[in-house]
Design a binder for this molecule. Structure first.
Ligand code: FAD
Length: 315
């Protein structure tokens, strides 16, 4: 097999590209690269355009991924790109897609510098987490402010932990995190919005609720030492679990006509097809169940599904 290594940053002049790619994948992280592998092995011409800002870029150890538990996700991504370089029909380039137009097997994908044509589109952009404006929180995100107990809970088990949230969401998150530590408080950063029933249940299970507004998260290099409240009170915590709001690349998704789910993700069926013919989506963009394994699995399914859609038209 001949090798075409296109390193991130290498631009089009090095690509022996067809005039029309079978598939253009927008986003080259776990979902997009997984799909590219399936499609490259299916001998499809594939262009992956990646802006290089995955949601977990700051994480040194990823967990809950069998055979790679504790590995650096950035090294895993680099290795995936290296593996793809052995498939001469797969090209991975750096760039940020700002526009996708077209329909029915004929799409134009534009970055600031270039335009490409593709028969199928795979949206694998992930989502952008939006930290609330609590000083210190953005710096701790991914190190000691954590999105997912399955990914990072074991490492902070039995420590003093906080959950940042309110209402039913905060309540449910506390119930989940309690299995990792009984030394747990709920920080609502304002009115708790808990029902009386939920508040009573938390009290009965020894979970303190603090409604006081947070002044800042004090940390060393992203490692939380304590939470400081506006009334001057301080509370030592090892980690804080938080479900952050997020955004999706609406400028790409909405003009294509993709339907969104109630949670704000791109709606796909079991074969990762969106409601728009020949447009597919995979990974975090399509699901609140965020994990490397889930993103890789959905990219893998999308790769097979796209292949099937091409061959069904004798392409
Ligand atoms: C802080 C944190 C820690 C995590 N830790 C773990 C863990 O330990 N274990 C685990 O299993 N999961 C973990 N996850 C979840 C996991 O990282 C995600 O589920 C996974 O990365 C999703 O892969 P993805 O390819 O869908 O999106 P991402 O990995 O977010 O990648 C999307 C890619 O698309 C690119 N992109 C976006 N827009 C464009 C555009 N317009 N043009 C071109 N490219 C674009 C981005 O720059 C990025 O490179 C963590 C998540 C976070 C936020």
């Amino acid at each position: 097999m001949s090798s075409t290594l296109i390193s991130p940053g290498t631009i089009r002049s090095n690509i022996t590209d067809p005039s029309v790619f079978d598939v253009i994948i927008i986003g080259g992280s776990f979902a997009g690269l997984s799909a590219a592998l399936a499609l490259g092995r299916a001998r499809r011409s594939v262009l992956v355009i990646d802006a290089g800002k995955p949601c977990n870029h700051m994480v040194k150890e990823a967990h809950n991924f069998i055979t790679h538990d504790g590995d650096d996700p950035n090294l895993l991504r680099a290795r995936a790109k290296d593996e793809l370089s052995h498939y001469d029909t797969v090209h991975v380039i750096a760039g940020s897609v700002d526009r996708v137009s077209g329909s029915d097997g004929a799409f134009r994908v534009s970055t600031e510098e270039q335009e490409f044509m593709g028969r199928r589109i795979l949206l694998a952009t992930g989502v952008k987490d939006l930290p609330p404006p609590i000083p210190g929180l953005a710096e701790c995100w991914g190190t000691s402010v954590l999105h997912c107990p399955f990914c990072h809970g074991y490492e902070v088990r039995d420590s003093a932990l906080g959950v940042l949230g309110s209402g039913a969401v905060g309540f449910e998150f506390v119930r989940t995190i309690r299995n990792w530590s009984r030394n747990l408080i709920l920080l609502t950063n304002g009115p708790s919005e808990l029902t009386t029933e939920h508040a009573d249940e938390l009290t009965a299970h020894g979970v303190m609720v603090i409604e006081g507004p947070i002044a800042q998260l004090v940390h060393h290099d992203g490692h939380l030492t304590h939470v400081e409240f506006r009334n001057g009170r301080r509370m030592e915590l090892k980690a804080l679990f938080a479900r952050l709001p997020f955004s999706i690349p609406q400028d790409i998704v909405l003009p294509l006509g993709c339907t969104l789910t109630e949670s704000g993700h791109v709606q796909v069926d079991g074969l990762n097809r969106t409601n728009v013919p020949d447009v597919f989506a995979a990974g975090d963009l399509t699901s609140p169940m965020r994990s490397l394994a889930a993103a890789i699995a959905s990219g893998n399914i999308a790769g097979a599904s796209i292949t099937h859609s091409l061959v069904s038209q004798w392409q």
